[in-house]
Design a protein around this ligand. Structure first.
Ligand code: ATP
Length: 235
C-alpha cells in the first residue's frame, strides 16, 4: 500500500518548469530510492513534497492531497525533510538543534523523543552540550536525521545523506537508516548518488531523467541491470 502517491506533478522555479508531470509511489514502511544524474530534478521532487516550490498536480499523502499546502502544515501531517547540506544550526548545541525538530512539528513530549534518539545515536548524547558546528560531517548528518525523527514523522525525506562523507561514514549512515526503517517502520524516500548503498537498503527505485520519471522498479537486481547501470549508476 502506498503512503505517498504522486501524479502529474509539475514544478517551477520562477518561470522555469523543472518537473514535467512526474508520477511515482512510496510504499508504506518501505525505503524508496530516487536516482538520477545531476540536475535531473531529484532535489526539486523532495522540495515539492514539502511545499517549498510552486507545483501543479497531485501529491497524495496517506489519502490526503497535500499539493499546495504550507510547509509547516505538511510537517505537522508527518513529513520530515533532511535537506542537502543537512540544515543544522552550527552555533546551536546538539540538543538545541533537536529541540527545533520537536518545535517545528509541535511534538507533545520533545524531551522524551530526544532521549529516544539519544539512545539510538549515543554519540549525540555524549555531545549534547557541544555546538553542532564542531561535530564531524558524519555526526552532523546523524544530528540532521535525529532532528527530523524527533517529530516522529511517517515519511522521512533525505537528500543525499552521503554528501561530503567518507565511504566508511556513509556506510554507517545507511546502516542507521536501515535500522530506523526496520525498528520504527518509518517510510523513507531517499535521494542518493551512492546508488549501491541506497539500493541495498531500498525496496524500490524511482529513476529520474530531465524532470521526468523514466521508471519505478524493484531495487533488487537493479544494480546489475546493464542499461540502468550505465544511465544511473555511472559505470
Ligand atoms: P543534483 O544532484 O545536482 O542536486 P538534482 O537532480 O537534485 O541535481 P535539482 O536540484 O532538483 O536536480 O534541479 C533540477 C533543475 O532545476 C536543474 O536544471 C537546476 O538547474 C534547476 N534549479 C534548481 N534549483 C533552482 C533554483 N533555485 N532556481 C532555478 N533553477 C533551479
Amino acid at each position: 500500500m502506498s503512503l505517498l502517491s504522486v501524479e502529474g506533478l509539475f514544478a517551477w522555479y520562477g518561470s522555469a518548469e523543472v518537473l514535467h508531470g512526474i508520477e511515482f509511489q512510496a510504499e508504506k514502511g518501505a525505503v524508496t530510492v530516487v536516482l538520477g544524474a545531476n540536475g535531473a530534478g531529484k532535489t526539486t521532487i523532495l522540495r515539492a513534497l514539502c511545499g517549498m516550490v510552486r507545483t501543479r498536480g497531485r501529491i497524495e499523502f496517506d489519502g490526503r492531497d497535500i499539493a499546495g499546502m504550507r510547509t509547516d502544515r505538511i510537517a505537522r501531517l508527518g513529513i520530515a525533510h533532511v535537506p542537502q547540506g543537512r540544515g543544522t544550526f552550527g552555533d546551536l548545541t546538539v540538543e538545541e538543534n533537536l529541540r527545533i525538530g520537536g518545535y517545528a512539528a509541535a511534538v507533545a513530549d520533545t524531551d522524551r523523543a530526544i532521549e529516544q534518539w539519544y539512545d539510538f545515536f549515543p554519540r549525540l548524547r555524549e555531545r549534547r552540550r557541544q555546538q553542532a558546528g564542531g561535530l564531524s560531517g558524519g555526526e552532523q548528518q546523524m544530528l540532521a536525521i535525529a532532528r527530523a525523527l524527533v517529530a516522529a514523522p511517517r515519511l522521512l525525506l533525505l537528500d543525499e545523506p552521503s554528501l561530503g562523507l567518507a565511504p566508511r561514514i556513509t556506510q554507517e549512515v545507511f546502516r542507521a537508516l536501515s535500522r530506523i526503517n526496520a525498528e520504527t517502520g518509518t517510510t523513507i524516500l531517499v535521494v542518493e548518488q551512492n546508488a549501491h548503498l541506497a539500493l541495498d537498503i531500498g525496496s524500490s527505485a524511482v529513476l529520474v531523467d530531465a524532470g521526468r520519471i523514466v521508471a519505478q522498479r524493484p531495487a533488487a537486481g537493479l544494480a546489475h541491470d546493464e542499461s540502468v547501470r550505465r544511465a544511473y549508476l555511472g559505470y
